[in-house]
Design a protein around this ligand. Structure first.
Ligand SMILES: Cc1ncc(COP(=O)(O)O)c(C=O)c1O
Length: 406
């Protein structure tokens, strides 16, 4: 017999009513076509500025073919977890490819492939400091105030003591590390490289200097930098940091790489520790080998002349967008990356603007709390090498009209 006790449902209904009243209700839209600049969503043709497909690879013919080829060779599913039968040749090859492509900043680099970035971050933060008899209870974790939710959740799930430092403030972090000089066991600094809702970049060089001076690990989540930043798109650390054993690098593969999954690169001892101990790696079914096969094909494109051409085109789109947003009456964030936020302020006003852009057949998501702090709700314009300057001209026209009207 089903239980429809009002007492059970009442708090949920109250919570949902609060979400609605505060302009925080999220609705999923349904894509009827592949992720691309021009796509069909909920049955209507739109220009999409919502994806993280920064290089425009998600619908690339070569990757579609690689996915199909991987499925022919390895089947539809992996059949098990990595430690119990599910680790395929495609996964092993991809890990070697990733370590060779982005591991230049660490000695004896080895890569570990995960099904998602969320899991890679949970694994990294719960496992890196969980050493010694206390199992990590004396680990200190120093986290940027604007870190991604998956890093926040990883820190919370670890047994470490968490110290939050003001956003991108290396001086404040230095003071916190100094104050804890005689405390704790393992120390870990944790940061996004490109902050996902602001588009700005962490001071990675300074953070690495602090990690080395204070004997800490530096965990960098390069979800929005891998494929886009650094020479050949090798990532933010390839651009910003010197070679160091203190670095633990997380990259994701569902954004610029256009497929899905994630990876950690670190010294081989760290990775072997993860294989033995990281619960989000061990206790889950390995992703389909075909996906890993497609990611290896994506790496080829990212590192090629075609990848360079896509990054160069993206850079021109970023410049145009920065100029465009300055002409509106709202507040752009000073971002030089493909994430171009326009801060509107209130939730309702942001939703109204997103709805008005939808009438122009533009999909620009409204980002509200708890993803961003209250009072800073924003449009997150996400650029892709698949966009043309004509697409931007249409967005410009819509934003200038609405800037005068709303
Ligand atoms: C900064 C950052 N880290 C990690 C993730 C999680 O990656 P994934 O989508 O592969 O789970 C995301 C977004 O999804 C992100 O923006």
């Amino acid at each position: 017999m089903s239980d429809t006790s009002p007492a059970l449902f009442e708090p949920l209904k109250q919570g949902l009513a609060d979400i609605e009243r505060n302009g925080l209700r999220r609705r999923r839209r349904i894509a009827d076509s592949a992720c691309a600049a021009h796509m069909t969503v909920d049955g209507r043709e739109i220009i999409g500025f919502a994806s993280n497909d920064y290089l425009g690879l998600a619908a690339h013919e070569t990757l579609r073919e690689a996915l199909a080829e991987g499925a022919q060779k390895y089947g539809a599913g992996s059949g098990g977890s990595h430690l119990l039968g599910g680790h395929s040749r495609a996964h092993a090859k991809l890990e070697d490819d990733l370590a060779a492509f982005s591991g230049g900043f660490v000695d004896q680099p080895r890569a570990l492939y995960f099904s998602t970035g969320y899991m890679a971050n949970l694994a990294t933060l719960t496992t890196l400091g969980a050493v010694g008899p206390s199992g990590g209870r004396d680990t200190l974790m120093f986290c940027d105030a604007l870190n991604h939710a998956s890093l926040i959740d990883g820190a919370r799930l670890s047994r470490a003591q968490i110290r939050v430092y003001p956003h991108a403030d290396a001086e404040a972090l230095d003071a916190l590390l100094e104050a804890s000089a005689n405390e704790g066991g393992t120390k870990i600094i944790v940061t996004d490289s490109v902050f996902s809702m602001d588009g700005d970049i962490a001071p990675l060089g300074s953070l690495l200097e602090l990690a080395e001076r204070h004997g800490a690990w530096l965990v960098v989540d390069d979800a929005h930098g891998f494929g886009v930043l650094g020479p050949q798109g090798r990532g933010a650390l390839a651009e910003a940091a010197s070679r160091s054993p203190h670095l633990v690098y997380v990259g994701t593969l569902g954004k610029a790489a256009g497929v899905s999954g994630a990876f950690v690169i670190a010294h081989e001892t760290v990775i072997e520790w993860f294989v033995q101990r990281a619960r989000p790696y061990i206790f889950t079914t390995a992703s389909a080998p075909a996906v890993a096969h497609a990611v290896s094909a994506s790496l080829q494109i990212i590192g090629s002349g075609e990848g360079d051409a896509r990054r160069a085109h993206l850079a021109t789109l970023i410049d145009s967008t920065r100029a465009m947003l300055k002409r509106t009456r709202w507040s752009p964030v000073d971002s030089h990356t493909a994430v171009q936020p326009l801060i509107i302020g209130g939730n309702e006003e942001t939703l109204r603007l997103a709805a008005a852009l939808d009438e122009y057949r533009m999909w620009v998501p409204a980002i509200r709390p708890p993803t961003v702090p209250a009072g800073t709700s924003r449009l997150r314009i996400s650029l892709s090498a698949a966009h043309s300057h004509d697409d931007l001209a249409k967005l410009d026209n819509a934003l200038q009209t609405l800037s005068n009207r709303l």
